[in-house]
Design a protein. Structure first.
Length: 101
């Protein structure tokens, strides 16, 4: 009889919380790594690599914004000057939140 009670109580126990995003430390480390790789591209580097790195960087910025509650327009803006300005703005806001980008 007590065994059934224990089993019933265990079923009522709430599920462990699952974070909505990866740990912010991991996101920050990935941001720094991708940013460094983007800075190392030379003039003869493949356009595909450059585009892929830029898209990866934007995706990481979006993750960091979600984790820290920073608003952004990275998904809305097309490639170009406006999006680059938004990247700078987002990086600045993330730094204001204490994230080392």
């Amino acid at each position: 009889m007590p065994f059934r009670l224990v089993k019933a109580l265990l079923r009522l126990r709430p599920s462990p919380l699952v974070p909505e995003h990866r740990p912010i430390e991991r996101i920050a480390a990935d941001l720094r790594r991708v940013r460094r790789s983007r800075a190392c591209f030379g003039p003869g580097e493949s356009a595909i690599k450059k585009i892929g790195a830029r898209q990866a960087y934007d995706a990481l910025l979006v993750q960091a914004c979600a984790a820290l509650g920073v608003e952004h327009r990275l998904r809305e803006l097309p490639e170009g000057v406006e999006r680059e300005v938004e990247r700078f703005r987002v990086e600045s806001r993330l730094r204001d939140q204490g994230l080392s980008v």
